[in-house]
Design a protein around this ligand. Structure first.
Ligand code: GLN
Length: 209
C-alpha cells in the first residue's frame, strides 16, 4: 500500500484521510519533518493559504516540503492546497499577508478568484482521465488557474451555466491541472462523500512512481 500523508497544519484534513483510505492508500497526518520523510505522496488540503504559509514556517516544514516536491514527491492540492503548490499566486487584496507557494506546479493561480457574489458554488464537471461520468465539484472561496506552463495538462474547466446562477465569467476557467506526479483541483472532492474517484486517480499517480 502506498503511504500518503495529509499536511495537517490547518484545514480539511480528516476528509482527505478518509478518502485516501477508501482509495487503497495508508493515510497519515503530517506535521513534522520526520513524518514527511516517511510518505510516498502528500495531500495539501483546503483551508487558508496565508495561514498555511505561516504554519509551514512555524512547524519548520516549508523547506523540507519544498525540497521533497522539487525532488519529485507526488502531491495533490485541493483549493488552498492548489494555491500552495503553485509557482505564482495573484490576489486582488493587497493588505493580506503573503502566500509563499511551494512551486511544484508551473501555473499562476488567482486566490479567491470567483468573487464575492459567488463565494461558493457547486457544479458537475468532466474530468480528463476520470471515468464513469462527471465529477461533482464544490467550490468554496476557490482559486482558479490563470496561466499554465507548457508541461501542465488541464484536466477540468468550469462548464457553462445554463441556469445563470453564478458569475458569468466562471465558465471555462481552469480548475484542475496535472504536471507529472503533481495534481491540483480548485474544488473539494473530499467533501463529496461516497465518490473517491479523484483520490483514486491520485493514488494511481503515487503507485506509478
Ligand atoms: N480562499 C482560501 C485561500 O485563499 C482557499 C479556500 C479553500 O481552501 N476552501 O487560501
Amino acid at each position: 500500500k502506498p503511504v500518503i500523508g495529509v499536511l495537517a497544519l490547518q484545514g480539511g484534513v480528516a476528509e482527505h484521510l478518509v478518502a485516501l483510505e477508501r482509495s487503497g492508500a495508508e493515510a497519515r497526518s503530517v506535521r513534522r519533518p520526520e513524518e514527511l520523510a516517511a510518505v510516498h505522496g502528500i495531500v495539501v488540503p483546503g483551508g487558508e493559504s496565508t495561514t498555511m504559509t505561516r504554519l509551514l514556517d512555524t512547524f519548520e516544514l516549508y523547506e523540507p516540503l519544498r525540497e521533497r516536491l522539487a525532488a519529485g514527491l507526488p502531491a495533490y492540492g485541493s483549493c488552498a492546497g492548489m494555491i500552495m503548490l503553485a509557482g505564482e499566486v495573484v490576489d486582488e487584496a493587497r493588505d493580506l499577508p503573503a502566500v509563499r507557494p511551494l512551486g511544484a506546479l508551473d501555473v499562476v493561480v488567482r486566490r479567491n478568484a470567483f468573487g464575492r457574489q459567488v463565494d461558493s458554488f457547486e457544479t458537475d464537471l468532466d474530468f480528463a482521465g476520470i471515468p464513469d461520468g462527471p465529477v461533482h465539484a464544490v467550490f468554496i472561496r476557490a482559486p482558479w488557474v490563470e496561466k499554465v506552463g507548457a508541461d501542465v495538462t488541464v484536466l477540468a474547466t468550469v462548464p457553462d451555466d445554463p441556469d445563470n446562477t453564478r458569475r458569468n465569467d466562471a465558465a471555462g476557467r481552469i480548475v484542475a491541472v496535472q504536471q507529472g506526479p503533481v495534481l491540483a483541483t480548485a474544488f473539494h472532492p473530499e467533501l463529496v462523500g461516497g465518490d473517491e474517484r479523484v483520490h483514486r486517480y491520485f493514488v494511481q499517480i503515487v503507485r506509478a512512481q
